[in-house]
Design a protein around this ligand. Structure first.
Ligand code: SF4
Length: 332
């Protein structure tokens, strides 16, 4: 892995006066686990194992999407975006789901659903405030190698032509990029007038050519340099169950939030507690990974504007989630 020349993360980014930095956990809501494209070299969805495990038309139930939304709403998790594999849901179903999720969450949401056409964006507009393009890397040569069937151009066009939406991209660090490619990234951010960016550290997946993720300092340096160049840009940093110890470093480097941590599975776990401890001195954490608030879930579900049968399914699914999360609470 090539290194930036200067790797030290400067400063401790202390909380100053009354303007404590807001830090939050961002939760992706997945529509399905399968991807019709499935050819990006680093992605777990490109592996044979994943394709066997997740049938092509296996979709998540609406009940479980609603449960995730309720958890986001009540635990202070921001919906990072609604996403899912390519070509799984008919578009009218995606619009319906975006509508339900935004109504339950109480605000418009972000989506990351491929390079959408203008007429598709219009249908989503009442429920969507921001669009995300999964660029992965802006270096054209590397992109051609890593994502051979997902060209940058349609995404670039969508970002340039969509009016009235906030705009964001996702970038994976560790794909084989060089430190000097950061200039290309910054040019892309400027050219497309982005409001947000989500960085991920490559997660090496068995069955792909990748065996190692980036070093923390190298990953953080991309965030730090981007923060220096774009003081107002919202920066989200991906982490995992294994990389949780670097969350504080990523926030110090300039990230506003972190995502990809398996928060329900590891609710109130030692990893979740460690993250909260790391970021406590750095700002005001507006989400929780450790404390289930006392909520009348039954009432919340009964109050939802959805069909009765669906409410019953939501209750059962939520109960399963909460059982697991409460069990996790016993880890103390
Ligand atoms: S399009 Fe997205 S989900 Fe599909 S293989 Fe590529 S990175 Fe993975």
């Amino acid at each position: 892995m090539r290194q930036f020349r200067k790797l030290k993360i400067a400063g401790s980014n202390p909380v100053r006066g009354f303007m404590a930095k807001q830090i939050w956990y961002g939760r992706c809501i997945f529509l399905s686990w399968y991807c019709d494209l499935g050819t990006c070299k680093f992605c777990f969805r490109s592996t044979i194992k994943h394709k066997i495990k997740h049938a092509k038309h296996a979709k998540r139930s609406l009940a479980s999407l609603i449960v995730e939304t309720l958890l986001c709403k009540n635990l202070g998790w921001r919906i990072e975006f609604l996403t899912g594999g390519y070509g799984i849901f008919p578009f009218k179903d995606i619009v319906k789901i975006a509508k339900i999720i935004s109504q339950i969450y109480g605000e418009k949401i972000w989506i990351n659903l491929g390079a959408l056409k203008p007429e598709e964006l219009e249908q989503l507009r009442p429920y969507v405030k921001g669009i995300v393009a999964s660029i992965e890397t802006v270096n054209q040569d590397l992109h051609n190698q890593v994502c051979p069937d997902k060209p940058i151009e349609p995404y670039s066009q969508m970002l340039k032509t969509a009016q009235g939406f906030q705009k964001s991209i996702t970038i994976v660090i560790g794909l084989g990029e060089k430190p000097e490619h950061i200039e290309e990234l910054h040019q892309f951010i400027k050219e497309h007038n982005l409001d947000r960016i989500t960085f991920y550290a490559l997660k090496p997946v068995k069955g792909t050519p990748y065996t190692k993720g980036p070093e923390t300092n190298y990953y953080a340096e991309w965030i730090k340099k981007t923060r220096e160049k774009f003081p107002k840009l919202q920066i989200i940093a991906g982490t995992t169950a294994l990389r949780y110890q670097e969350v504080g470093t990523l926030i110090k480097a300039g990230a506003n939030a972190f995502t990809k941590f398996p928060a329900t599975k590891l609710f109130n776990s030692p990893q979740a507690k460690s993250i909260e401890k790391q970021i406590k001195p750095l700002g005001n954490f507006t989400s929780t990974l450790t404390k289930l608030p006392k909520i009348n879930w039954q009432k919340q579900i009964n109050d939802l504007n959805i069909e009765k049968d669906l409410k019953e399914q939501v209750k059962i699914t939520l109960n399963n989630y909460l059982k697991k999360m409460k069990l996790a609470e016993q880890w103390r």
